[in-house]
Design a protein around this ligand. Structure first.
Ligand code: PLP
Length: 428
């Protein structure tokens, strides 16, 4: 690419778009006119292919009735396994290690109830201070179910700066009393990427089982779960993977644990050829399918069929490359254009540690977000003073990033945010 005279001009943004080899994917998505969507890390947009796969699925129900379980384009009985196979490259897992099932929190319960096996002195669970509340609630209830007091048995590594975690601090907390570790791959607020490989190696040196919540990393950064030998992982598919609100999630179990009985069993945990024998003794599937519980939520999994095609075509490495470019560009513009307005960038600045979204803070964040929405920009407010901005590789443009920062600048210069209350909405 030719060096443009001034990297802060709109012309430069347009030039970046012209050289973007993922640009053609944008037209596959439904993007509201006169709006800039920067919230793909909370709820990804609908693609035309996902829409089509939902309609196809409805058609199979319409045409086939109960025979849809075994017939048609995507026989429902095998769909979770088939999608697991297609999703495996996104987490760096083997086909048999991944299954599309459940939801983030349900999968967390399933995996912790399977792999948390307190013994002797080794009874504690290690997590962190910055994780999403649902993960912490689930860990607390898992401890209670096993008869332990979460106050004493859930250890949460503290953040030193309130935004990020130090791997050294986490490793120091891996004491002899820890039975299981659960950490995010990418932190939901600051977007920090944890060094999952290093943490897994250190946990295993100490005989501790370790798993990761990939909600904010799947579809945004590449993973190598099998190479890293992580014990388990789980995620939702409605954020970067564009699987639709409340869409079915996914999980990974390392092959060394396959064949084991699931903590929470149901008839879909069964080996598929045995399932309809209807025996009262479960023969668990030999792949990650064993961690399913009941009948798959077929209608809520349908969008993922189409969405995964897009990821396969675009390639996660290309997505990551553009994502880094977009977030770097946005940071550069924020630093250049908004210098006087007291925004602080709280996400890690380095490429190796920065996930798919930016996290900036301002004391007027709640009403700045409302002012942005009034101007057609969709950000994501995080209590009490955080703004998450996710320029997404598959559907956002450099020009949109440029426009967003200009509009934000106007809001600040003209104090347009003053007409709103500085409080969060019910869903924020
Ligand atoms: C989005 C998210 C969840 C949501 O869990 P659901 O069960 O899908 O509601 C949980 N944990 C993290 C870290 C998340 O980012």
């Amino acid at each position: 690419m030719q060096e443009h005279d001034n990297v802060y001009t709109k012309a430069y943004a347009i030039q970046l778009d012209q050289h973007d080899n993922l640009a053609h994917f944008r037209k596959e998505f439904y993007i509201k006119e006169n709006s800039i969507y920067l919230d793909g890390n909370s709820l990804g947009l609908l693609s035309k292919r996902a829409e089509k796969s939902v309609l196809n699925l409805l058609e199979s129900w319409k045409q086939l009735g109960i025979d849809g379980w075994t017939q048609g384009e995507n026989p429902w009985f095998y769909l979770s396994e088939e999608l697991g196979q297609k999703m495996a490259p996104l987490v760096g897992g083997k086909s048999e290690e991944v299954i599309v099932t459940g939801s983030t929190t349900v999968n967390l319960h399933q995996l912790v109830s399977t792999f948390y096996q307190p013994q002797g002195n080794k009874t504690k669970i290690l997590a962190d201070d910055l994780n999403f509340p649902s993960d912490i609630y689930a860990l607390q209830s898992q401890l209670l179910l096993k008869g332990f007091d979460p106050e004493e048995h859930l250890i949460q590594v503290k953040s030193r700066d309130g935004h990020t975690l130090l791997e050294d601090d986490i490793i120091e907390a891996m004491t002899e009393e820890i039975a299981l570790i659960l950490l995010p791959g990418v932190l939901y607020r600051s977007g920090q990427i944890l060094d999952m490989k290093r943490l897994t190696t250190e946990a295993h040196k100490r005989g501790i089982v370790i798993g990761f919540d990939l909600c904010h990393s799947i579809g945004s950064i590449p993973h190598q779960l099998s190479d890293w030998e992580a014990d388990f992982a789980f995620w939702c598919n409605y954020k970067h993977l564009n699987g639709g609100p409340g869409g079915v999630g996914g999980l990974y179990v390392n092959q060394k644990h396959l064949g084991q009985k699931p903590g929470l069993a149901g008839w879909f945990s069964s080996r598929k050829d045995k399932q309809f024998d209807m025996e009262h003794t479960l023969t668990p599937a030999e792949d990650a399918g064993a961690f399913q519980i009941g009948t798959p939520h077929v209608l809520s999994v349908a969008p993922i069929i189409g969405s995964l095609e897009i990821f396969a075509e675009a390639g996660i490495k290309n997505i990551r490359r553009k994502s880094l470019q977009l977030t770097q560009y946005m940071m550069d513009l924020i630093q250049h254009e908004l210098r006087v307005f007291e925004f602080t960038i709280q996400n890690p600045l380095e490429d190796e540690k920065r996930g798919g979204h930016l996290y900036i803070e301002h004391k007027e964040a709640a009403r700045i977000c409302k002012a942005l929405k009034a101007e057609g920009i969709v950000p994501d407010f995080r209590n009490p003073n955080g703004i998450r901005l996710a320029p997404v590789a598959l559907y956002n443009t450099f020009e949109e990033v440029w426009n967003s920062v200009q509009i934000l600048k106007t809001i600040m210069v003209e104090e347009r945010y003053m007409q709103f209350k500085n409080e969060r909405e019910v869903v924020a």
